[in-house]
Ligand binder design. Structure first.
Ligand code: BGC
Length: 253
């Protein structure tokens, strides 16, 4: 089965058709900069453009960088605040009328989508027990699995460390913003992971987001946790794949 996946982020919006049986993209993904301000209307226009550029009609799923329950956005840390309370699934479906199968679009948290893809096709495939996926980008996203089942909308990027949101100290954006060396930034990520390990005791931590492409520069520096730490196998495509899987109704626990 095929479905179209869209990954909405604070800096870019990416889309591609996906074979949800294999987790492979069926065409090279297309990326459009997130409009600023990233209002619901402006982002919906980009979503429409992406779907149109692939001449897609069929199941469509999208991620969102915030809490999403029943298709409605509840938080928006790194996109325009006017998203809060927006019925995103209904808004996208209306904008894509005639393109989305059954007239519906599935919307879920970005890290949850990436986690589902990794647990099915990537670094977490076949792993039971407690698995934590963390994505490092504009913010820190989290997806928690127990025996392969997702506990949705965990928001562990917002736990406080030294009185500050963890993502303000240890996201990829924090590294760039404060011009941190790999070792300084890895020290902060290590501290954050120790905190998460104390709370959740995962056996495996999967690290994703754009910076997972350079995992060899920082994952070996994370020495403070017992859990095994591995980079995401789908790298930065995991969100697209997870969104498509969710639209096709596969793999989401
Ligand atoms: C948001 C999460 C999101 C993460 C990564 C955080 O600021 O609160 O919902 O998953 O950023 O985009």
């Amino acid at each position: 089965m095929q479905a179209f996946g869209i990954d909405i982020g604070g800096t870019g919006i990416k889309g591609a058709p996906v074979d949800v049986a294999t987790g492979k993209l069926l065409a090279e993904r297309k990326k459009i900069d997130t409009p600023q301000p990233s209002t619901p209307e402006a982002v919906t226009e980009v979503v429409r453009e992406l779907v149109r550029s692939f001449s897609w009609s069929g199941p469509i799923g999208a991620t969102f960088p915030g809490v999403v329950t029943d298709g409605t956005v509840r938080t928006a840390a790194n996109v325009d605040k006017s998203w809060i309370g927006t019925a995103a699934a209904g808004m996208f479906a209306q904008a894509l009328s005639g393109k989305a199968l059954g007239g519906t679009v599935t919307v879920l948290n970005d890290a949850d989508a990436a986690g589902v893809a990794e647990m099915t096709f990537g670094a977490g495939a076949g792993v039971g027990g407690t698995v934590l996926m963390l994505t490092f980008g504009t913010g820190i996203g989290s997806a928690l699995f127990t025996q392969g089942t997702l506990v949705a909308n965990t928001e562990f990027g917002h736990v406080e460390i030294d009185g500050k949101d963890a993502e303000k100290r240890a996201s990829e954006r924090a590294k760039v913003l404060h011009d941190m060396s790999w070792s300084k930034w890895a020290g902060r990520v290590d501290e954050y992971m120790q905190h998460m390990e104390a709370l959740l005791s995962p056996s495996l931590i999967i690290v994703g987001g754009g910076i997972s492409k350079e995992s060899h520069k920082w994952v070996p520096l994370l020495t403070g946790v017992r859990a095994k730490i591995v980079p995401a196998a789908l790298l930065n495509d995991a969100g697209i794949v997870g969104a498509a899987m969710s639209a096709a109704g596969v793999g989401v626990g």
